[in-house]
Design a protein around this ligand. Structure first.
Ligand SMILES: [Zn+2]
Length: 87
């Protein structure tokens, strides 16, 4: 595991709770050491960063098409919804 030092931590309080940063709850973000009030808060942040990093990789991949907005063209869903209802 990386050796992170409180002296390098750029923030003083946990972004989740506002509580003071603890030495056992540091991680790295964008080349900086950032801190949290407990390892649970840090892990929540790390999983968020991993989520975004994965999304970035997916988006950067060749052939990636963004999901189309709204309904697929050529399909009238309001009509198909009522089609089978008895009149
Ligand atoms: Zn916290």
């Amino acid at each position: 595991m990386r050796d992170l030092d409180m002296a390098d931590c750029i923030n003083e309080t946990c972004p989740w709770s506002g509580e003071p940063v603890q030495a056992d709850s540091l991680t790295e973000y964008d080349g900086c050491v950032v801190g949290f009030c407990n390892p649970g808060c840090r892990d929540k942040f790390e999983s968020a960063v991993r989520h975004f990093e994965a999304a970035k990789v997916t988006r950067a991949a060749p052939g990636f098409q963004p999901a189309p907005k709204g309904r697929a063209p050529g399909r009238d869903e309001s009509r198909s919804y009522t089609k089978d209802l008895p009149l």
